[in-house]
Design a protein around this ligand. Structure first.
Ligand SMILES: Nc1ncnc2c1ncn2[C@@H]1O[C@H](COP(=O)(O)OP(=O)(O)O)[C@@H](O)[C@H]1O
Ligand SMILES: [Mg+2]
Length: 330
């Protein structure tokens, strides 16, 4: 091959975001591209024995392994996952590394997601089965009525899970465009208060809308209603008996801040980074008794981000939580 073409190829190999190592049959390093050097933290390795330069037993076993055509292995280096391909070419051994960490994380998340959804659907179905079997044999109308009420609650639970999954899937696929328009925030909040009035009054929770009547936001009305509903519903559900939920809004430096503050149970510090994850619930058994899918806050986060905004939380266990949504004011 022509010298200048060789140089071009070598420069290209240094440009790659994948690692390449060539070792001869005496296990001396003939070549390492920049990525491999950085990954294994070595300088000027050419001509040196592999075992002298690279202190990784697993990699050493890869270069010594008996291979026929090729060998593919997943290996961990500094907490990241690489797919290593080992080939014999012209009496040399070539090792190629590709960082597959994002793909592995994605695979794991997908697996967790499927098992979570299955679990969340399986539980109400088990209850429904039990209800049907009982009602089949029961004659007392009062007992039948209580069991049917149980069935209704579980159907509602499955229904809202599916609704939440559908919204989340659409948001994640960025399928739906955000259609912003100017709306009065106070009206949106009152609409949500009306929707949630029954669960608030059951708990004696007072809903306070402190947003001034003229305050406007530039949002996708339908999606923003979903965001507000999830935050306010949580503020009621995880509140104490006769607590309060207060909504405030302010504008500053081209940004709107909307806060939902409650007097509830609060969230432990170590759980704060996790609550926006799909299906995460702080106290599974307690959360189950108040109902919910564990998807609400990830929907909130997605809607805030779709508006080029963010959501933050400040909370004290036993005192209450304050969720703040920040979005551009136009
Ligand atoms: N205002 C709040 N006060 C206390 N805990 C909260 C509050 N909002 C959310 N959480 C916690 O975060 C978890 C996740 O919330 P979310 O995604 O809305 O799911 P869900 O309400 O369906 O459980 C809840 O299960 C609860 O443990
Ligand atoms: Mg919720």
């Amino acid at each position: 091959m022509e010298e200048s073409l060789k140089n071009t190829l070598i420069r290209f190999l240094d440009y790659l975001k994948e690692g390449l190592i060539v070792i001869d049959k005496n296990k001396n390093i003939r070549y390492m591209n920049d990525y491999a050097k950085k990954l294994l933290n070595v300088e000027n390795p050419e001509g040196k024995l592999f075992s002298e330069v690279v202190k990784d037993n697993y990699l050493y076993s890869l270069i010594s392994a008996d291979i026929k055509k090729e060998l593919k292995e997943e290996i961990a280096i500094d907490g990241d996952i690489f797919l290593a391909t080992v080939l014999n070419i012209n009496g040399n051994r070539v090792i190629h590394f590709q960082d597959i960490t994002p793909f592995e994380l994605y695979k794991q998340a997908k697996k967790d997601f499927v098992s979570n959804v299955s679990h969340e659907l399986k539980t109400p179905i088990t209850v429904l089965k039990g209800v049907v079997e009982t009602v089949e044999q029961e004659e007392d109308p009062a007992v039948i009525k209580t069991f049917l009420q149980k069935a209704k609650n579980r159907i509602k639970q499955m229904d809202s899970l599916i609704d939440d999954l559908l919204i989340l899937a659409k948001l994640e696929a960025k399928e739906e465009k955000i259609q912003k328009k100017k709306v009065r925030l106070k009206g949106l909040i009152n609409q949500v208060f009306e929707d949630l009035h029954h669960i608030a009054s059951e708990k004696g929770v007072k809903l306070i809308n402190e947003v001034s009547p003229g305050f406007t936001v530039y949002v996708d009305e339908k999606k923003f209603l979903i965001l507000l509903k999830n935050l306010i519903e949580n503020a009621i559900k995880y509140n104490r008996q006769n607590g309060t939920v207060k909504i405030n809004a302010s504008k500053k430096d081209g940004k709107v801040e909307i806060s939902v503050e409650d007097t509830g149970i609060g969230i432990p510090k170590e759980a704060l980074p996790l609550i926006f994850e799909r299906f995460y619930r702080v106290d599974k058994s307690r959360s189950r008794s108040v109902g919910g899918t564990g998807l609400g806050l990830s929907i909130v986060k997605h809607i805030a981000e779709a508006h080029k905004g963010k959501v933050e939380v400040d909370s004290k266990v036993g005192k209450g939580s304050k969720f703040t949504v920040e979005i551009p004011s136009d």
